[in-house]
Design a protein around this ligand. Structure first.
Ligand code: HAM
Length: 417
């Protein structure tokens, strides 16, 4: 490529998150990390790409795996894929390292899906997520859902609904799948083009189809919640009871099948009414009790959720909450002598834990004072020829406009109090 043909834009469906917007990201991630840590979850940092098989287990009948994955061959001839979602890689790590259970981890990480870009839908999106592996106790379902719920609440979101479903297990699901297949078979001609051909591969997908034809054909389809076996029913009831006890409102939505195939029993989605319907899911998750086994590990149940950072912030914009925190500098150092004061004082202040900044390139006093104003600093330290000669500095409070001279040697201690 010649220099004038260089592609100078971010690829379609990706975006740069720059300051000050990025300070909201930082604040959201920090808030989530604290909430997860407080509930006993440790951070996991895994590879951004895996052997393609890791994701194929997520569901070969899903759009995410069939149509949207970024697949490539590396120089060693291995077929790899960029992570389209976080759970499969975490479960792969669990199977590989066999940590003691319950194993509770959180992540904040990018995912890649070749989707049609639009507001709230990106080819690289970022998820805050947790996974709890090693127990099928319904109380952990409540724990996982409540962490997401409380995060949204702490951000200030109020117009969010929680949809809840159970997809059953290997005892009751086959019977339900058959009942649904029978229903769909009798209406095959009414389904959308894609599902007329493929409905029988994975009948649950039809319930998730947004096309009117499929919506109409499944309006009176059998409901999974009516087909749960005794154990799944008891599990689901305990989850509902737990959510109610924690004052978490939910709506049972028997169509909620989610876009990935590993789910069993509890599934859930948080939808924000502030965002366009197609992108309204700000987070979702559920149980995946068979996933560890299908990745070659011991049978180990698990549950988790993933929440799109971009979408949570869009919902926050819609509700006018969670503004960018002010990234204020504490102290701005103005040195009009062209000497070493700005360099040395900022460094000393930072080492003492203060946020300190300065101007560069020998700018005029006026320009430096303007930069100080812009930085949001409350205190400006001014060093001119007079101050240098006296071994002093001027400390000016930008709010009260008061200023005083103090010995240079006392400065850092004084400003660190
Ligand atoms: P997911 O529903 O595919 O589930 O994605 C989780 C969340 O990521 C969505 O609710 C949405 O907020 C966000 N998201 C997904 N795709 C995009 C996109 N193209 N652009 C912007 N945001 C997006 C999972 O990925 C599962 N791994 C969640 C999970 C964890 N299940 C169990 N544990």
């Amino acid at each position: 490529m010649s220099p004038d043909q260089l592609q100078v834009k971010a690829p379609s469906g990706t975006r740069d998150v720059l300051p000050p917007e990025s300070s909201r990201w930082q604040a959201l991630i920090a808030r989530f990390a604290t909430a997860a840590n407080n509930a006993g979850y440790g951070m996991i940092q895994g590879p951004m790409f895996e052997d393609i098989e890791v994701f194929q287990r997520v569901g070969e009948a899903t759009d995410v795996v069939r149509k949207e994955m970024y697949v490539f061959e590396d120089r060693g001839g291995r077929t790899l894929a960029l992570r389209p979602e976080g759970t499969a890689g975490v479960v792969r790590a669990f199977v590989q390292h066999r940590p003691t259970t319950p194993w509770k981890v959180w992540y904040a990480a990018p995912n890649f899906r070749y989707e049609r870009p639009q507001a709230g839908r990106y080819r690289q999106h970022h998820q805050l997520g947790i996974e709890a592996i090693g127990t099928d106790d319904p109380d952990i379902d409540v724990e996982v859902i409540s962490i997401a719920h409380d995060l949204y609440r702490s951000v200030g979101l109020t117009r969010v609904s929680l949809l809840l479903n159970s997809l059953g297990d290997s005892v009751c699901r086959p019977t339900y799948d058959q009942a649904l297949k029978d229903h769909l078979e009798a209406r095959r001609e009414d389904l959308c083009d894609e599902h007329r051909e493929r409905a029988m591969d994975n009948p649950l997908r039809v319930l998730d189809c947004k096309k009117k034809a499929c919506r109409d054909a499944t309006r009176d389809a059998p409901r999974i919640v009516d087909h749960l076996c005794e154990e799944c029913k008891a599990h689901f009831e305990r989850v509902q009871e737990g959510l109610s006890a924690l004052d978490i409102d939910f709506i049972i939505e028997s169509r909620l099948v989610r876009g990935l195939d590993y789910y069993t029993r509890t599934t859930f989605e948080f939808q924000a009414s502030e965002i366009d319907a197609a992108q309204s899911a700000i987070g979702g998750g559920g149980r995946y009790d068979k996933l560890a086994e299908s990745l070659g590990g011991p049978a180990t149940p698990g549950i988790g959720f993933g929440s799109g950072i971009e979408r949570v912030l869009l919902a926050a914009d819609g509700e006018g909450v969670f503004p960018a925190p002010e990234d204020r500098i504490d102290v701005f150092v103005v040195d009009t002598t062209g000497g070493t004061a700005a360099r040395d004082i900022t460094s000393e202040l930072r080492r003492a834990g203060r946020r300190a900044d300065r101007a560069f390139d020998g700018r005029s006093m006026k320009a430096q004072m303007k930069a100080a104003d812009k930085s949001g600093a409350r205190t400006v330290v001014i060093v001119g020829e007079d101050e240098v000669a006296a071994g002093e500095v001027t400390v000016r409070d930008l709010t009260t406009k008061e200023q005083r001279r103090i010995p240079r040697s006392a400065l850092v201690e004084e400003l660190s109090q």
